[in-house]
Design a protein around this ligand. Sequence first.
Ligand SMILES: NC(=O)c1ccc[n+]([C@@H]2O[C@H](COP(=O)([O-])OP(=O)(O)OC[C@H]3O[C@@H](n4cnc5c(N)ncnc54)[C@H](OP(=O)(O)O)[C@@H]3O)[C@@H](O)[C@H]2O)c1
Length: 248
Amino acid sequence: MKTILITGCSSGFGHATAIYFLERGWKVIATMRHPRPELFPASENLRLLPLDVSNAESIKRAIADAGEIDVLVNNAGIGVLTSLEGMPMSTAREVFETNTLGTIAMTQAVLPQFRAKRGGTVINVTSTVTLKSLPLLAVYTGSKAAVNAFTESLALELQPFNVNVRLVLPGLAPTTDFGKNAMPRMEQTFLDAYQPMLDGIMAGMHQPQPTTKAEDVAAAIWQAATDPNAPMRIPAGEDAVAVANQTT
Ligand SMILES: NC(=O)c1ccc[n+]([C@@H]2O[C@H](COP(=O)([O-])OP(=O)(O)OC[C@H]3O[C@@H](n4cnc5c(N)ncnc54)[C@H](OP(=O)(O)O)[C@@H]3O)[C@@H](O)[C@H]2O)c1
């Protein structure tokens, strides 16, 4: 029986992925900043561990408590939709600290055990905004594009040790808590000059259109975890597949 450790399981893609793998007989270590057992079905294959990916001590403790794992999913992430002008640098740092450095630190923490056993898979969740740019997302997109580049270089570095590294790129998923969780960062110092741009983006997002469901992301992560021939970049969601096809 294989074990997967997933970051950011309190909602959205992480929560759906934890349940998807549990339903398919895997041992799941669902991590989140504040563990909430009531979010999950009772299962002897499920462990909840506290983990803040922006905190080195928290990472060390969670990896030690987790023991041996086969797959790491770096899913935890935060967003911000706002003009760069006016954005406090502390917000830019917070986004990179979680999305980019959190992913790098978690990956570094599992490598000793993966290299020693000549096996294991790291799956990094980024976004299709790295394939097709949108305005007001420069910092968020930068944080995720950095993970794409990091992942593709690391895959070459880890090939001799039989450690797989993959990217899952979801499209727009309005049903997760992502927008709600991003709100406090967006309300800081938004400049009126960018309001028409924001209105245009919000109107576009509310048009009926194909979107990504949390289950699509769980299925893409399943493919990355179980198919050794999975491509490096796996788009997740109908809209994501369309964007990936346009850009390749
Ligand atoms: N929704 C979209 O449209 C979309 C599209 C493309 C890619 N993505 C990416 O997909 C991933 C999951 O997003 P989602 O849509 O499922 O959003 P979500 O519902 O907001 O889930 C994000 C998760 O990350 C956790 N998190 C935030 N900061 C953390 C930290 N420092 N340490 C540990 N956990 C932390 C949150 O936990 P707390 O409860 O502790 O806050 C939450 O469980 C993110 O990386 C996001 O960038 C989302």
